[in-house]
Design a protein around this ligand. Structure first.
Ligand code: AP5
Length: 206
């Protein structure tokens, strides 16, 4: 499971590990954005919550992630990106999943703001870019030929600050929670992406 503030690089690392270990990466944020894109009543509610940088209620979150984990491709293992994010979610998860390892991505607030302000996404394949740190080959276009990149609605400065505050209050306590269970491994997420992946691979190989 990948734990860390918004913009720490959880999605970027999850994509690399998922490819390397051939297991799906399950991102609660992606599941919510997919539901929001469907235009359903629930999706519109999720969109409003995410734009404000607040957390989706625990019961909705757990149900959506649990449904995803029941899919066939997740039966041999999976990587959780951004879930659980509250102690309640962690305790509910423990009733149906045994986690092997939790990676705590450590990065400063200043770096979070730099990363999120420059993030770009491909709306078709989900590839993650950064205008400065991981730029696409052609400006503002996906390297896979999917056309124009987009900016996430919650990557505006006010929402970023709110997400950081929410993280510190509601999610950071999970560092201690998982540390006391002997599952936590700190990852220096301020390093370049390839060094972040290397640290995670070393822990998984040990
Ligand atoms: P979610 O989608 O999970 O967002 P988040 O946790 O805020 O994290 P991000 O996706 O913004 O960042 P990331 O750590 O994945 O970084 P990334 O790899 O993209 O959640 C969105 C919302 O959904 C929440 O606010 C909440 O409303 C709701 N939600 C989700 N889960 C929930 C839950 N469990 N309970 C309740 N509500 C929930 O990288 C960021 C940028 O940095 C990119 O541009 C990337 O190219 C660049 N970058 C990455 N790594 C590096 C590096 N090593 N060096 C330089 N640049 C890098």
């Amino acid at each position: 499971m990948l734990l860390g503030p918004p913009g720490a690089g959880k999605g970027t690392l999850a994509k690399q590990l998922s490819k390397g270990y051939n297991i799906p990466s399950v991102s609660s944020g992606d599941l919510f954005r997919n539901e929001a894109a469907s235009g359903s009543e629930l999706g519109l509610r999720l969109k409003r919550i995410m734009e404000k940088g607040e957390l989706v209620p625990d019961d909705i979150t757990v149900q959506i992630v649990k449904n995803r984990l029941e899919a066939k491709d997740a039966q041999a293992g999976f990587l959780l990106d951004g879930f659980p994010r509250t102690k309640e979610q962690a305790e509910t998860l423990a009733k149906f999943v045994t986690l092997d390892k939790v990676f705590n991505l450590v990065v400063s607030d200043q770096e979070v703001i730099r990363r999120l302000s420059g993030r770009r996404l491909c709306p078709v394949c989900g590839a993650i870019y950064h205008v400065e740190f991981m730029p696409p080959k052609t400006k503002e276009e996906c390297d896979q030929g999917h056309g124009a990149l987009i900016t996430r609605d919650d990557d505006k400065i006010d929402a970023i600050k709110k997400r950081l505050t929410v993280y510190k209050k509601q999610t950071e306590p999970l560092i201690r929670y998982y540390s006391e269970k002997g599952l936590l491994y700190d990852i220096d997420a301020s390093l370049p992406p390839e060094d972040v992946v290397r640290q995670a691979r070393n822990v998984l190989a040990s």
